[in-house]
Write a protein that binds this ligand. Structure first.
Ligand code: BGP
Length: 485
């Protein structure tokens, strides 16, 4: 029998994001964020994605002038804003050592350009952190998780404009000053690579504001601004918070060639390198030469200001965090079976089963990812998102979610194997410990939690919380530091 105990001090917990959980989108001085105008759309398909995110100027203006939250589920979240004590108590009951959460930029700076923060926003997060301290839950805080003031998006096309760096630095500095006493672990941008897949949510880019044929150029320029901002706030955090640890955050898109045909292998390799690029800049402190050559070939010319290169080089991160939900295959065969209804483009792997949303379940891929990443970067790692979105049925006050237990069990075994082989994994936060509003579809019915929340896609329900079977299972895993997998 294998020893399944994890390292001492391993940080077990869960991950949430402000825009999917808090609700209270327009009270206590909060401004409108890009997330607040994401509409509900079931079974999202790649081709609908752009339309769904209200990314035309017209769509944005219509959405911000619509005061109802009926069509915008992220506006109501699951009312964590008012129920955070109850929810944190449930996380503590499961034995959480850590909770990854994010700070809504618009709660502190409603339009992004104010010079001083909204005191009610500061007070809310301070109260949350105080409560976490009381419960001995270590926060891991994401500064930017798929949201920014929509005002910056409308005025400047989001991160395309370099001056947005200053606004973000002002916001982050307030976070370090106000919450630094409570927070040691910080992540700068959630899934920084997703700018290419959904530029509006990640960087506030409204495509029809970009000059003809310029969208891709603008995306890379905006990304460069995020890299610079990330390095700048890393520097500031280190000046302000003794002993802080800063991480980057990547969507790990583990890619296999569909066959051993060299062309398939080449394509899969290219996709893998595309994925590494984002972590390379933040961990190695420079753009990979191959990426630069590739961008040049595409005619993309990123404008660096004097000092940018040095800034990136001198302010690399302490650890790598990543999300892992699935793997994908790649093939040069145009008729290969593609993954349906998904925000991640790729080809189906015949060896894997999928979730109801077509996300391919691949626990072994998690181990492969851990090994690949650790071998490449050699710094501590955190898995900060992993989980299964499913249609759960509440029966007799609980959910019999054996499929979720199975999913986690298999992934945890692979994590343990990677640790045994020498990978320095220091934390695991499941996505998400409590049902919340889905990022890609704005559905409530795509449930991830150990805790069921009584709310449907249209916002009907009591918002009461119920413990699922997986709640008790995860509690045991944490209690035994993994032995009870
Ligand atoms: C990640 C995001 C999360 C989250 C998760 C699940 O990409 O960082 O915010 O929601 O994916 O995705 P979804 O909610 O679309 O199922």
């Amino acid at each position: 029998m294998k020893n399944l105990a994890f390292p001492d001090n391993f940080l077990w917990g869960g991950a949430i994001a402000a825009n999917q959980i808090e609700g209270a989108w327009n009270i206590d001085g909060k401004g409108i964020s890009v997330a607040d105008i994401a509409t509900y759309k079931p079974n999202l398909d790649v081709k609908d994605y752009v339309a769904h995110m209200a990314v035309t100027c017209e769509g944005v203006m219509a959405a911000i002038s619509d005061p109802s939250d009926k069509n915008y589920p992220k506006r109501r979240g699951i009312d964590f804003y008012h129920r955070y004590k109850e929810d944190l108590a449930l996380f503590a009951e499961m034995g959480f050592k850590t909770l990854r959460l994010s700070i809504a930029w618009t709660r502190l700076f409603p339009t992004g350009e104010e010079l001083t923060p909204n005191p009610e926003g500061v007070e809310f997060y301070k109260n949350v952190f105080k409560e976490m301290k009381r419960l001995a839950i270590e926060p891991i805080v994401t500064l930017s998780h798929y949201e920014m003031p929509v005002a910056l998006s409308i005025k400047y096309n989001g991160w395309v404009k370099r001056s947005v760096i200053d606004d973000f630095v002002r916001f982050s500095t307030v976070c370090f000053d106000q919450f630094g006493a409570y927070v040691k672990y910080w992540l700068t941008f959630n899934e920084i690579d997703s700018i290419y897949r959904h530029p509006f949510t990640t960087a506030g880019i409204i495509p029809d504001k970009c000059k003809d044929g310029q969208l891709e150029q603008d995306i890379y320029q905006a990304l460069h601004h995020q890299f610079v901002a990330s390095a700048l706030v890393t520097k500031i955090a280190r000046e302000k918070i003794a002993d802080c640890k800063i991480g980057c955050m990547l969507t790990k898109l583990t890619t296999y060639p569909l066959t051993c045909k060299p062309e398939d292998v080449e394509l899969a390799l290219q996709k893998t390198l595309d994925n590494y690029f984002y972590a390379d800049v933040q961990i190695k402190g420079e753009y990979p030469k191959l990426t630069l050559a590739n961008l040049k070939q595409k005619g993309i010319d990123i404008m660096f200001e004097e000092g940018d290169k040095q800034l990136l080089k001198q302010n690399t991160v302490d650890f790598l965090s990543f999300s892992y939900y699935m793997s994908k295959a790649e093939s040069t065969n145009p008729d290969a079976d593609r993954i349906p209804g998904n925000t991640i483009i790729g080809v189906k792997n015949p060896y894997l089963k999928s979730t109801e949303w077509g996300w391919q379940i691949d626990p072994k891929g998690l181990k492969i990812s851990l090994i690949e990443l650790y071998d490449r970067y050699n710094i501590p790692m955190m898995i900060v998102e992993n989980g299964i979105g499913a249609v759960d049925k509440l029966e007799g006050g609980t959910v019999h979610d054996h499929y979720r237990i199975e999913y986690f069990k298999e992934h945890f075994k692979q994590m343990k194997e990677a640790i045994d082989e020498g990978v320095e994994l220091i934390a695991y936060t499941s996505w998400a410990p409590i049902d919340l509003v889905s990022a890609s579809t704005s559905q409530m019915s795509k449930r991830y939690g150990f805790i069921y929340v009584d709310q449907d896609d249209e916002g009907n329900g009591t918002l009461a919380r119920y413990k699922k079977e997986s709640f008790y299972w995860y509690k045991k895993v944490i209690e035994t530091n993994g032995k009870a997998i």
